[in-house]
Write a protein that binds this ligand. Structure first.
Ligand code: GTP
Length: 605
């Protein structure tokens, strides 16, 4: 396949707008996969079990197809991209290997928050964008209105918009034609030095790391000696081919093509996403790489049984081979034992990882409530911490610590006008700043509004998304991007049982929320701590100041139960003894928080 018959494209869309369904139709129409007689949507590209269960695409998958158009055979390389905000980074790197993108918009829902972010991502890369309205078979579809919206929001010409139903296949043929006619072929020459852009990798038990590359110049052949611009390591290509959609070995990958290579790379960390591979002995200018994904949500992962830790750690390490955006660090706590502190791109990412641990590795784990990374600016250094126990004490502020900062994001919410007030309230109750809004389509009966604001990340890792959905009856869509760090009035909240701090139980709380959170947590503790023989005060404190308190009543074991009437004096004596015992216990009493209580309170479920 010479360059001029190659088209590299991806499908970008808001979650659930039908990417995987369209990908399946394209694969069927080009004969790459068999059409299912049952007519059931199988979604071939969603390989992982979690993806099937949740109906979301987690890891980008690539497939090549061959399509005949005007008597010429074209090689169409589809790079599937994930749809959730947590995985924006994968979208970005998939787009770097494309010259075109199908911007898919649900004709019943219209432009949503992620439609906008993926559009900008593609636009910034100078990629040809083909707008496609999907789900026109739905009775609720409003193709004309949504077409006008696409024009108003993206400045795209309505005559360029294709109307399809990925479900029934209507109009999908025209999508293939548009890809061939509108997406420019890749520019790459066979006689230039070899240059291959590494945009994804996976791990195979037998062959080691399999990398996905897009050949930007030269020809890649089996037996070629190649080197990485990033690590300077050298390899020999043992196998290469295209994904059709399963791996099909070929003798070479030509300029402009996208395919997989195996080259005895042993460790996933060697396959650096965004790396440029070149022939040993040749010099090339490396292509602009990527900012590596930054972990923004951290949580401790512990085995339910302490003895299971080695097995759990092994499973975590194996899983991170296929998901490199997860960071791993060992941690231990006296209460929970040995565990790992993992960093994720977002909470959905965290959930998906947990589910993969359970499904693919049969692991039984507890994941602690998520926290975000905080920046502590000391007089002489800056430190980013991912565990609340490392947070400085209130007393250090202004003395050793100059300032505390927390990560913030730029959030956008798109919502029908009638929910606007609720959304504003939601944002303000989550410490939003710089709130602004504009109408997406004015003048229509149910106009929609886009609301932008800066909001602390810690506010959205908890229940923000659920509340957004419930308060808007599911109509609001939401997206966010990293917006750096901002100074914040935060403090560490600790908990005291019977006046003694509970090890490993600390929260980072904003001053404005101290009382609510403190009260919530002492209530929670009150529920899970078993009663003791003496009264136990449960307190939440910031520094030395107690913010909230509950009292756990003493357990009343009736010591006189076995004594029958008439023995009044004996009865009194017993009660006296018991009282004295309690007094003594209270004086020195330490309350052990049982591990189950810990799990219950820290667990994220
Ligand atoms: P993510 O991978 O999670 O981003 O989702 P997606 O964009 O790949 O969406 P997917 O293909 O999973 O489709 C979402 C839902 O919409 C599924 O239930 C599909 O069956 C349905 N769907 C997709 N295309 C059409 C269509 O043209 N018409 C109708 N009626 N339903 C469709």
């Amino acid at each position: 396949f010479p360059c001029d018959v190659i088209r590299n494209f991806s499908i970008i869309a808001h979650i659930d707008h039908g990417k995987s369904t369209l990908a399946d139709r394209l694969l069927e129409l080009t004969g790459t996969i068999q059409k299912k007689l049952s007519g059931k949507n199988e979604q071939v590209l969603d390989k992982l079990k979690v993806e099937r269960e949740r109906g979301i695409t987690v890891k980008a998958q690539t497939a090549s197809m061959i399509h005949k158009f005007e008597d010429r055979k074209f090689l169409l390389n589809l790079i599937d991209t994930p749809g959730h905000v947590d995985f924006a980074w994968e979208v970005s790197r998939s787009l770097a290997a494309c010259q075109g993108a199908l911007l898919l918009v649900d004709a019943s829902q219209g432009v949503q928050a992620q439609s906008i972010s993926v559009f900008h991502n593609a636009r910034e890369r100078g990629i040809k964008i083909i707008p496609v309205l999907n789900k026109i078979d739905l009775p609720a579809a409003q193709p004309d209105r949504i077409a006008a919206q696409i024009q108003a929001t993206f400045g795209l010409d309505p005559s360029e918009i294709l109307q399809i139903s990925a479900k029934t296949g209507k109009g999908v043929e025209a999508v293939l034609e548009a890809i061939i006619q509108r997406v420019p072929p890749p520019v790459a020459r066979a006689d230039s030095p070899l240059k291959a852009f590494l945009f994804d990798s996976m791990y195979d038990k037998y062959r080691g790391v399999i990398s996905l590359v897009s050949v930007q110049g030269g020809v890649l052949r089996k037996g070629d000696k190649i080197a990485s611009c990033y690590t300077r390591k050298k390899y020999e290509i043992t196998e290469l081919g295209i994904l059709h959609p399963e791996e099909v070995p070929t003798t070479s990958l030509n300029p402009g093509q996208v395919g997989y290579i195996a080259c005895n790379m042993k460790q996933s960390s060697e396959a650096h996403i965004g790396d440029t591979l070149h022939r040993v002995g040749e010099v090339v200018e490396p292509m602009a790489g990527f900012q590596p994904a930054k972990a923004m949500v951290f949580a401790g992962v512990y085995p339910i049984e302490n003895s299971e830790f080695p097995k759990l750690e092994e499973s975590i390490n194996r899983l991170t081979l296929t998901d490199r955006s997860v960071t791993v660090q060992r941690e231990s706590s006296t209460a929970l034992g040995q565990g790992c502190r993992l960093g994720f791109l977002g909470t959905l990412h965290m959930d998906v990882f947990r589910q993969r641990l359970e499904d693919e590795h049969d692991a039984n784990v507890i994941i602690t409530a998520p926290t975000v990374p905080y920046k502590i600016i000391y007089k002489d250094k800056e430190v980013i911490i991912s565990n609340p126990t490392d947070f400085p004490d209130v007393g250090d502020l202004g003395i050793r610590v100059r300032e505390i900062q927390e990560p913030v994001v730029k959030a956008s919410i798109i919502v029908p006008e009638e929910y606007f007030g609720d959304m504003m309230e939601l944002c303000y109750s989550h410490r939003a700043e710089e709130v602004e809004h504009r109408y997406l389509d004015s003048g229509t009966s149910s106009a929609r509004i886009m609301l932008n604001c800066i909001i602390p990340l810690s506010e959205i890792v908890t229940d923000f998304f659920d509340q957004l959905k419930s308060r808007s009856s599911g109509f609001a869509s939401f997206d966010y991007e990293d917006a750096g760090y901002r100074k914040s009035d935060l403090a560490k909240m600790t908990f005291l049982l019977n006046g003694k701090p509970v090890d490993a139980l600390a929260l980072i709380v904003h001053r404005s929320a101290q009382e609510t959170v403190g009260r919530q947590w002492v209530k929670k503790l009150h529920k899970v701590i078993p009663r003791q023989l003496f009264e136990v005060p449960i307190q939440a404190a910031v520094g030395k100041k107690v913010i909230a308190r509950e009292t756990l009543k003493a357990m009343r074991a009736d010591v006189t139960a076995g004594l029958y009437g008439g023995h009044y004096e004996r009865k009194m004596k017993h009660l006296e003894n018991q009282k004295e015992g309690k007094r003594r216990m209270k004086k020195m009493g330490t309350v052990e928080l049982p591990q189950e209580a810990f799990f219950e309170i820290l667990s994220n479920k």
